[in-house]
Design a binder for this molecule. Structure first.
Ligand code: SF4
Ligand code: SF4
Length: 605
C-alpha cells in the first residue's frame, strides 16, 4: 500500500503531498481540479490513492467546472476540496464569487497555488485579493507542515461559518519538502444529502440580495474568528515589530534578529484588534510579504483607524520590492532598518558562469513536426500565430518561432477569430488537446457562429503533458484507470459545424504539410488535428517502442539543416559532425525527413 495512506508515522513529503495527506486526514469526500503548476502534485497523489481511502477525486475539464463540482458537494453537507493554480481561479471566479454568497453546508476549501516570479505561469497575480472580492475568509500556510495542519483547520472554519475558505499557497510552500507527522485518516463520508433551499441556492436577483445580507453577517463572525485564531500569533521580543505571513515568515525567522513577529495565518479578514495591539508599543513596524502590499495596506488602514502613529515600512515605502519572490538578498536589504543575520551563502553565485539552457521541446516531441510542417506550408506568407498554454508554447523559441500572441488557457482560438476579423492577415492558431477541452471549445463554437476565418491546429498528444501527464476527456484514462471511452476530437469538431477537418500524423511531415496548405486556402474555420502521443507519457506507461536513428557521416554534407531548422535536443554538433544521442532519440524519424542528403537513417537495434 502507498506510504502516504499509512495510518501513522513520519514521511518526507513535498508541500503538495502534505496537502493531499491533509485532505485525507480532514475526511474530504470530494476533490476536483484542473492541473496547473504549482498545484499539480496534489492531484498526482489523489488520483493514486483516492479510491483506497474512499474519496472521490476527479480531473475536471477546467477550474470552473471543478469549482462547481466541489460547490455542489459542499452544499450536500460533505467536505469538498477544489484546487488550482492562481490563474485557474480566474477561470473559476464566476462560480467562486457566487459560492461566497450562497455559502456551503459541508466544509469547502478552495486552494489557489500562487506563483510569485511566474516560474511556470503567464503572470504572478496575487490571489489574496479574491478573498476580499468574494468576501471569503483566507488562510495562508508558511511551510509544508503548516500546509497540512492549516488545511484541516480550514475545513473547521468553513463549517463553523458556512462559507468556503480560500487557502492560498505559493510555489515555495507547494514545492518544499519536510518531515510530516501522519495523523489519523477518519472514515470518509460517502454520501451527502441536498436539502432544497432555493432562496439560498438559486441566485436569482431577489435571492442574491438576501444571500448578500447573510454573507455580510458571516463576514462579521469571520472577523471575530480571525481575532481569536491560534493561526495568528505573536512570538519573540523587541521594540521593532514585523508583521508577516506565508513563506515570508520563514525568511523572517531565519534572517531577522531582535524583532517581535506577528505571524498571520488567518489573513483575511485581518485581525484588526490584534494588529493594533501589536503595533501600539513598537518603535516601527515592517510588513514583510511577497507580491502586493496586501497586508501592508490593511496595517496602514488599521493604524489610521486606531490613531497609531507608528511608522510602517514595506513596499509602500520602497524598502521591499513588489515584483517577484523574496530571497535572502532581498531580506538583507532591510539591514538599514533592522539587524539581519550575516549571510552564509557558500558561494558567490554571481561569479559562476552557468551555460544558458533555454527550455525546448523534448526529443521526438510530435509538436516539433507539426510546427515544422506548418512553417513549410506557410512559406513566405505573413501569418499571425495565435498560441496557447501548454508545453507547445515552447514553439515560440527559435528556430520554430511559432507564437505571436498568447493570453491565457483557450485564448488562441478566440484571439485568432479577433485577428481574422480585424485584419486581412492569415491566422493560424495552435492549441493542445487538454487545453482544447478546458477552454477551447467555446472559442471554436464562436468562430463557426461568427464566420471567423483561420486555421486551427489542435496538437493532440493524448495527455496533459506540461503538468505531468494528467488525463482529460480525450485520453480514455479516468480515476487512475484506462477504462473510459475517450471523447474523440474529430467528430466533436465536425459536430460544431467546422467545414474543413483533417487528422494528420505529425511524424509524417509531407502529409501534415499538405493538409496545412489546403487548410490555409480554406475560406472559413479549418481544423487540423495533429495526433501523436507524447513520447514522455509513453515512456512512463512503458508503451514506447524505441527506434534509433544515426547520421551517416559519409553522406552528410554538413549543411546543418537538421540542427538549425528542427533543433531536436537528441541531435547536435560535435566539431563539424552532426551526431544523434542514442539515449535521447526516440526514433520519430522526423530528422530523417528533413535532411536533404538522406544522411539520417534508421538503424537496426
Ligand atoms: S541535414 Fe543531413 S546533411 Fe545536413 S547536417 Fe544534418 S545530417 Fe548532415
Ligand atoms: S529520430 Fe531524429 S528527430 Fe526524432 S528523436 Fe531521434 S534525433 Fe530527434
Amino acid at each position: 500500500m502507498d506510504d502516504i495512506v499509512a495510518e501513522s508515522g513520519k514521511l518526507l513529503l513535498l508541500g503538495n503531498e502534505a496537502i493531499a495527506r491533509g485532505c485525507m486526514e480532514a475526511g474530504v469526500s470530494i476533490a476536483a481540479t484542473y492541473p496547473g503548476t504549482p498545484s499539480s502534485e496534489v492531484g498526482g497523489v489523489l488520483e493514486r490513492v483516492a479510491q483506497k481511502v474512499g474519496m472521490y477525486f476527479e480531473y475536471s475539464t477546467n477550474e470552473k467546472v471543478a469549482m462547481e463540482v466541489a460547490g455542489a458537494a459542499a452544499a450536500t453537507g460533505l467536505r469538498a476540496f477544489v484546487f488550482m493554480k492562481h490563474v485557474g481561479l480566474n477561470v473559476a471566479s464566476d462560480a467562486f464569487v457566487t459560492l461566497g454568497y450562497t455559502g456551503v453546508r459541508g466544509g469547502m476549501v478552495v486552494m489557489t497555488a500562487d506563483d510569485p516570479t511566474a516560474h511556470s505561469s503567464q503572470n504572478e497575480q496575487d490571489n489574496r485579493f479574491y478573498s476580499k472580492l468574494a468576501l471569503v475568509p483566507m488562510l495562508e500556510p508558511s511551510t509544508p507542515k503548516e500546509a497540512k495542519d492549516m488545511l484541516k483547520m480550514g475545513f473547521k472554519i468553513s463549517e463553523e461559518l458556512g462559507s468556503p475558505v480560500l487557502y492560498r499557497t505559493t510555489t515555495r510552500v507547494n514545492h518544499a519538502r519536510a518531515i510530516i507527522e501522519l495523523e489519523k485518516i477518519p472514515e470518509i463520508e460517502q454520501r451527502g444529502r441536498f436539502q432544497k433551499d432555493p432562496q439560498r441556492f438559486v441566485c436569482i436577483p431577489a435571492h442574491a440580495r438576501l444571500d448578500r445580507i447573510a454573507q455580510l453577517e458571516r463576514w462579521e463572525r469571520a472577523m471575530e474568528m480571525a481575532e481569536n485564531s491560534p493561526l495568528n500569533f505573536v512570538e519573540g521580543e523587541g521594540e521593532i515589530g514585523v508583521i508577516t505571513c506565508g513563506v515570508s515568515y520563514t525568511y523572517v525567522k531565519e534572517w531577522l534578529k531582535g524583532v517581535q513577529i506577528l505571524k498571520l495565518g488567518f489573513t483575511n479578514p485581518s485581525p484588526e484588534k490584534k494588529i493594533a495591539n501589536f503595533m501600539k508599543d513598537k518603535r516601527f513596524v515592517i510588513v514583510i510579504e511577497e507580491l502586493e502590499p496586501f497586508l501592508e495596506d490593511e496595517v496602514l488602514r488599521i493604524a489610521k483607524g486606531h490613531n497609531i502613529g507608528v511608522p510602517v515600512y514595506g513596499k509602500r515605502t520602497g524598502h521591499l520590492p513588489r515584483a517577484f519572490e523574496f530571497n535572502p538578498d532581498i531580506i538583507a536589504s532591510l539591514s538599514e532598518l533592522v539587524s539581519v543575520e550575516e549571510r552564509k551563502l557558500p558561494l558567490d553565485v554571481e561569479k559562476i558562469a552557468l551555460p544558458r539552457r533555454p527550455p525546448m521541446l523534448c526529443a521526438g516531441c510530435p509538436h516539433r513536426g507539426t510546427f515544422y510542417a506548418a512553417k513549410r506550408a506557410v512559406g513566405k506568407k505573413e501569418v499571425v500565430y495565435s498560441i496557447d498554454i501548454g508545453c507547445y508554447t515552447l514553439g515560440v523559441q527559435p528556430p520554430l518561432t511559432m507564437g505571436d500572441f498568447l493570453l491565457c488557457m483557450g485564448s488562441s482560438i478566440g484571439a485568432a477569430g479577433g485577428f481574422s476579423k480585424a485584419t486581412d492577415q492569415k491566422v493560424m492558431a495552435f492549441i493542445g488537446d487538454s487545453t482544447f477541452f478546458h477552454a477551447g471549445v467555446p472559442g471554436l463554437i464562436n468562430a463557426v457562429f461568427n464566420d471567423h476565418r483561420f486555421v486551427l491546429v489542435i496538437l493532440d498528444n493524448r495527455t496533459t503533458a506540461m503538468t505531468g501527464h494528467q488525463p482529460h476527456p480525450g485520453t480514455g484514462r479516468k480515476h487512475g484507470e484506462w477504462t473510459s471511452e475517450a471523447i474523440k476530437i474529430e467528430p466533436l469538431v465536425k459536430g460544431l459545424g467546422v467545414g474543413y477537418v483533417k487528422t494528420v500524423d505529425p511524424y509524417d511531415l509531407k502529409g501534415t504539410q499538405a493538409a496545412m496548405k489546403e487548410a490555409l486556402e480554406y475560406d472559413g474555420v479549418a481544423v487540423i488535428i495533429a495526433e501523436k502521443p507524447c513520447p514522455l507519457a509513453l515512456k512512463k506507461e512503458r508503451r514506447l517502442t524505441k527506434g534509433q536513428y544515426k547520421v551517416d557521416q559519409e553522406k552528410c554534407n554538413k549543411c546543418y539543416t537538421c540542427v538549425e531548422k528542427l533543433s531536436c535536443p537528441a541531435l547536435f554538433r560535435v566539431g563539424d559532425d552532426v551526431v544523434i544521442e542514442e539515449t535521447m532519440c526516440i526514433g520519430c524519424g522526423v530528422c530523417a525527413q528533413v535532411c536533404p542528403k538522406k544522411a539520417i537513417e534508421e538503424v537496426d537495434q
